[in-house]
Design a binder for this molecule. Sequence first.
Ligand code: FAD
Length: 400
Amino acid sequence: MNKPNIVILGAGYGGIITASRLSKQLGHNDANITLVNKHSYHYQTTWLHEPAAGTIPAEKARVPIKDVLDLNKVNFVQDTAVEIDRDAKKVVLENGELEYDYLVVALGSVAETFGVPGVFEHAFSKWTVNGARQVKEHIEYMFATYNNLEEKKDELLTFIVAGAGFTGIEFVGELSKRVPELCATYDVPREKVKMYVIEAAPTALPGFDPELVEYAMNLLESRGVEFKINCPIKEVVKDGVILANGDEIKSNTVVWATGVRGPEIIEKSGFEAMRGRIKVESDLRAPGHEEIFVIGDCALIINEEINRPYPPTAQIAIQMAETCAHNLATLVKGGSELKNFKPEIKGTVASLGGKEAIGVVGTRKLFGSSASFMKKVIDNRSLFLIGGPGLLLKKGKNPL
Ligand code: FAD
């Protein structure tokens, strides 16, 4: 093959790190590397609960791609991938087409609704920079509107988070931390604000250590959050949610965080998928496709110890990107010995707003400010992996 075309779809954790590593491992004459992304920037998906609640500016979670990639080595195309034509080896974009010899699919995920009607129409479900901005603006608008109406409407100040998983808990942690400031700014009595976390499963934060879950729930309850556990939502409607038990909660703000599935393009392009994710081979290639790598949230890998899929995380996406870049560089250079991917789970830390968090690092359980310190170290590490010390200096978080 003469100077192959490598096309990488998506500039999230998986895509941008693959592009960055490939641009270092391959020379100009080895391959053409093209990165396609919807926006001109990468965003730190794992930070988005913060701008959504308004505790950091959205700008902080955005990183212009030109600042972290050498665009002499990587051709950046700002566009949206619509379909992958596997037979013709090309990607159809909204504004054109790209032929590939090797493809990396790293397009992240979309909200999983589990068939609940009304989510896309009435809830906020987009965990993107613009999605986060919209939630923040909407929350502030609710506060501003409340006092401006002659007839007070409680649903303006009732905030529902659907899902007590990682994302839902992190978001309500930020929101509950910010509510006192919002009340002061908009002259709203604190007791008027209601925050609910509604979860279908029998516990919040499934899979987390029970002691940590209890800590998180107690802390959030002390800030006024009410949990409704084991309580599936039947429908999201214009003015709130209808629960499976028939109860209704009136609210003008439903934030959907019940988990994710692979993006539509995967099934549309004819890949065999489970909830939109492709079960990849151990070298991260799509079954039956030696030229297609799938990484990050689009890829499904099984944790053999419990015979269940690993949850989609940034931690795994980053590690997959390193293996994917190595394997691609090997193939391009004519090698055939590819690395098998095995995630190395170093720990998990969930922020709870302010200087509060919970987590496990190695075998150590962390609570409160030590967990919060660790969370910021983890956030800073991902910045470092993406953009080195320069990006860390520009966007890094103060762990203290
Ligand atoms: P993403 O980072 O989502 O990137 C996908 C990229 O593809 C985006 O840039 C997007 O714009 C682009 N894109 C999408 N569709 C198209 C298209 N059709 N055409 C072109 N471009 C497209 N994980 C952890 O490990 N730790 C955490 O603490 C943690 N916290 C989280 C908190 C929140 C609020 C959320 C939402 C997620 C969190 N996660 C966490 C999960 C983690 O963010 C994801 O697993 C991770 O972002 C997946 O990386 P990725 O590269 O697969 O996709």
